[in-house]
Design a protein around this ligand. Structure first.
Ligand code: GLV
Ligand code: MN
Ligand code: MN
Length: 414
């Protein structure tokens, strides 16, 4: 019997998970290690056990569902993505990859197909990084083999403590088997929505992702002096907002214009004390900077630092720049990319090779084991938005690609 993706089951599952943390506008708010995240993990664990699969979690709360293979002592072939979302996120970002992976596992079980390698579905913890920074915590700790000590101090903006929320999340699934962080795996494959406009524009259902561009997250703090907005003349002002506005104005007008591959975003901007009639004491903002080449990212960081320094001096403020996160570009495994090409050919699906603009768990897992990704189109290239939408046919095509390539790849045992 041949394994077949059960379209109906997959699409219903996507709906069921979208209800967990579902927002009135049709998106999801299921941020990492929240009640809703725990609920989604609980549902996956229940579904897995109902099919007789073993469920594991590691100290970073990465959740694994395992189906044995013919050679069960060999490291597993791992497929999956993440279940956490942005605060006003879409229902497909991450969830599609986990649920399609679970559908692959179930369809193999339905057909009674034994793979050579054991197969595992994974839901990595905190990919988004919106509640606790940095993002991709679960997969990066897995690749490192330990939890970086500095994460013990990480807090959400509402004061919630990462370590405490992690413990509550682990306890919520205390009946799963515990395993150490960073076990050996043979390879990793992740299905995800593109989150950009390329596939839709080209009219192609599948992107074969050969790599991921690099990302740096910076936090800039400019500090001046809080003072009365109405009485303080220019010569007496040390206004950090003046420095921030001038530096950002120049950066906005130059960095993306000089190289169309650069992505420069200020996504968080906080003024303290945040009073209408007080000159701010501090301005804190983040910069999300991306490019496929590490050398360009290095050079851009220097330009950013120089612009801020110039305006800091001019405005009589002090400043600090801290890296919140650094993700080097990834180049995926040729062997897996060939598996993906063969799977697409077998299924008669048109593909293009592409670089991912978003970071993904695969970027980190690629440091530990051969990895690759499959993309499907999303409407208007829109993601990190409640209106995010993927055609049902594209979800199914992505799952079929994941199934066919998993079958190709898990056949490689001795
Ligand atoms: C992932 O969510 C990213 O910001 O690329
Ligand atoms: Mn994602
Ligand atoms: Mn995302």
């Amino acid at each position: 019997m041949q394994a077949e993706i059960n379209e109906h089951r997959l699409l219903e599952r996507i709906d069921a998970f979208a209800r967990i943390g579902g927002t009135p506008a049709g998106g999801v708010n299921r941020q990492a290690l929240s009640q809703e995240d725990r609920q989604a993990r609980g549902l996956l664990a229940r579904l897995a056990r109902a099919r007789g699969f073993r469920v594991f979690q590691d100290p970073m709360a990465n959740l694994f569902v395992r189906r044995e293979g013919r050679f069960s002592s060999l490291p597993p072939f791992v497929i999956g993505s993440h279940l956490d979302s942005q605060p006003t996120g879409g229902r497909f970002d991450g969830a599609l990859g986990v649920l399609a992976a679970f559908e692959v596992m179930e369809s193999l079980e339905d057909a009674g197909i034994e793979t050579d390698l054991p197969l595992e579905v994974v839901a990595w913890t905190n990919e988004e990084g919106s509640r606790f920074a940095p993002g991709a915590m679960g997969s990066s700790a897995f690749a490192l083999g330990h939890i970086p000590p500095e994460w013990t101090d990480v807090r959400a903006r509402n004061g919630a403590h990462l370590t405490e929320e992690l413990k509550l999340t682990l306890d919520a699934l205390a009946d799963t088997e515990a395993r150490p962080l960073g076990i050996g795996i043979s390879a990793y494959l992740e299905l995800h929505i593109e989150q950009g406009p390329t596939l839709e524009r080209e009219g192609v259902p599948i992107g074969i992702v050969h790599g991921i561009q690099g990302t740096r997250w910076l936090e800039v703090v400019l500090t001046g002096q809080a003072a009365h907005a109405g009485t303080t003349p220019l010569a007496f002002r040390r206004d950090p907002m003046v420095a921030a506005a001038a530096a950002l104005d120049r950066l906005y007008k130059s960095v993306m214009q000089k190289d169309e591959r650069v992505r420069f975003t200020v996504g968080r901007f906080v003024l303290e004390p945040g009073s209408v009639n007080a000159i701010p004491e501090t301005v804190t903002f983040t910069i999300d900077l991306r490019h496929p080449e590490t050398a360009v990212l290095d050079a851009l960081e220097e330009i950013i630092a120089a612009e801020i320094e110039e305006e800091r001096v001019a405005s009589g403020c002090t400043s600090s720049i801290r890296r919140l996160s650094e993700m080097e570009p990834a180049s995926f495994s040729d062997t897996l990319l060939t598996c993906l090409d063969r799977a697409a050919e077998h299924l008669g699906l048109t593909t293009i090779r592409m670089l991912s603009g978003a970071f993904h768990d695969a970027l980190f897992i690629n440091r530990k084991a051969p990895s690759a990704m499959i993309f499907v189109p999303c409407r208007d290239g829109l993601s990190h938005n409640e209106a995010e939408y993927v055609e049902p046919g594209h979800c199914v095509a992505g799952a079929r690609m994941l199934l066919a390539s998993t079958l190709e790849a898990t056949r490689q045992a001795p």
